[in-house]
Design a binder for this molecule. Sequence first.
Ligand code: FES
Length: 160
Amino acid sequence: MILNEDVKKHVDGILEKHGKNKKELINIIQEIQKEYRYLPEDVLIYLSDKLDISQSKIYGVATFYENFSLEPKGKNIIKVCDGTACHVRKSIPILNAIKKELCLNEKKHTTDDMIFTLETVSCLGACGLAPVITVNEKVYPKMTPESVVELINEIRKEEM
Ligand code: FES
């Protein structure tokens, strides 16, 4: 991301809201993540400058919390549970069906059109509904490779 004046203005607004307080660093980073769906490197460098906090400390925070991402993410984040309950009820074929449908692999987690990001998680806390996936936190229970492809197509239509 190129840090243009609009982005700077926006980040300045977030900083003002938090009184440019170093102790608010996590909340500030959270807002930036929410806005851009990831933490652009240029924005983190800008924050370091504005808050007078070292870049290494900012990166430390940005990489410590699982919810923060340094990579751009798609608009729809699909999480496939591969915890024990989901695994024994065949979560892997679901995961493979999504990868195939979206042309993703172990290294590529986000589609080129930035519509989807695929992640795996160890338990979504809904084991009784296994195998489970979520799309932007909405839970989809008892999925199959076929139903997940249908769901992707529905989302694609909505995005058109
Ligand atoms: S193991 Fe999948 S929801 Fe718990």
